[in-house]
Design a protein around this ligand. Sequence first.
Ligand SMILES: Cc1cc2nc3c(=O)[nH]c(=O)nc-3n(C[C@H](O)[C@H](O)[C@H](O)COP(=O)(O)OP(=O)(O)OC[C@H]3O[C@@H](n4cnc5c(N)ncnc54)[C@H](O)[C@@H]3O)c2cc1C
Length: 387
Amino acid sequence: MTFDLTPEQDQLRDAVRALGRRYGHRYFVEKAKAGEHTTELWAEAGRLGYLGVNIPTEYGGGGGGITELAIVCEELAAAGCPLLLLVVSPAIAATVLNRHGTEEQRKRHLPGLADGSQKIVFAITEPEAGSNFHRLGTVARRDGEGWLLSGRKCYISGVDEAAHVLVVARTEDAGTGKLKPALFLVPTDAAGLTRSKLDMEIVSPENQFLLYLDDVRLPADALVGESLDAGLPALFAGLNPERITVAAMGAGTGRYAIERASEYTATRTVWGGRSIGSHQGVSHPLAHAAVQVELARLMIQKAATLYDAGRDLEAGVAGNMAKYAAGEAAALAVDTAVQALGGAGMTTEYGVATLLGAVRAGRIAPVSREMILNFVAQHVLGQDKSY
Ligand SMILES: Cc1cc2nc3c(=O)[nH]c(=O)nc-3n(C[C@H](O)[C@H](O)[C@H](O)COP(=O)(O)OP(=O)(O)OC[C@H]3O[C@@H](n4cnc5c(N)ncnc54)[C@H](O)[C@@H]3O)c2cc1C
């Protein structure tokens, strides 16, 4: 067992950290408050190869794994730039297409995902189904050689920045008559696809949308994979990378908040000459949060290592645990940092309260803490399913 990154991974971490710090949290917040996107950061990260670290070299990527992508997610977040679309586009969409797309789909989409010139977002959540994906109501019907898609999706991130949205729909299985999932690449300007932006209480340059699919007509090759049988494995393929990278983003955000708070409390004095950080009522909560973040990072490393070794089932357990741990640790770290900074903690200038909404959402999305606890209770502890 080793806890060391390879020299290449170390270099990647240092380089991404340097890029993130050049932009920093102020840039992130200014973009968010102006209703703009972090276009410059995304483009530069793409040019430098950081967005495609997990994509095979033959499609223009770095040939690494989720370990490398998690490093990118964590370090940008640790610099105050938690980019949610890293989780959606390179982690979910690129993995799904690489593992289950047709060769034509890989050739058409992976190079653009690798250099950041193309984004593909992901739409599974629906208003009526919520956490219960068995209730998905978006349906794909045969239309000659192609497909007609109808349904509604909610909270879909980044639709305004993406060329395509990877939509999870259901098709009728000719053999059993049952509905089974299938993934479709839907151009965001397709006729019949409309969107409306949701007002979210999160300071973020990335937006969430309601999507309406009203008989969206698609060609045959919009279906991900060679046949309908690719649907279920393709859907599952995205889950581990999603959980691991979102956990990495949470851990990075936690590190960022603790660093901001520690700098402040080490120098702020209000009682004589002693720093407020010398009071254990201030330093212990920060130290406790630092322990939680570090524990989450260990679990992320384990999950990414298992995933990259092709041990998907074990990675599923570790990835869920990592996502849970990092979601809780990030929320704790940001809240603790705000408290340690006192009034300054609530200002935009000190850049910690600006993350409260994002870390709160990290306990709900992309999979809620309760659904992870259900998963662990059933699959690790052998308990009956309650729902
Ligand atoms: C910022 C943000 C970005 C998002 N981006 C995307 C995206 O890009 N694409 C996408 O498809 N979706 C996205 N989502 C949606 C997200 O994945 C869902 O919000 C999440 O899966 C929870 O579903 P829900 O909101 O319908 O909650 P519900 O399913 O309605 O659940 C509500 C509450 O009940 C709890 N609950 C439900 N069932 C159980 C149970 N059986 N046992 C115990 N507790 C239960 C949940 O944990 C939750 O706390 C995003 C959400 C947010 C907040």
